[in-house]
Design a protein. Sequence first.
Length: 108
Amino acid sequence: MPKLAPKATAVLMVCGPLRHTSPPTPQPKRSRSSAAPTAAALAVSAITHYLADRQGGHWRDEKPRGVVRLAHATGSRAWLQRDPQAGYLLDQSWHKGWIAIAALIAAR
């Protein structure tokens, strides 16, 4: 092994032998969100789906409950009784509205 100058020896001791290395691979950024908003959004979606789906077949009842009562309070009683698709449409709009709210909660 050839004798090195004192400076070169000091550099080797501090830096180690010079080797060709590739640049470090960038790591993906970690999400700063926790599981809590996701769990809350899933809970909101599950609970509101359960509440709405319990109304199936009760769209024309005289004594409404739940979502049907809400529809009657907003003036949709005649529509629910007249249109055979009204229950389905109300159910779907309820689901879509709550899914949008759940998405906002999850995006927090």
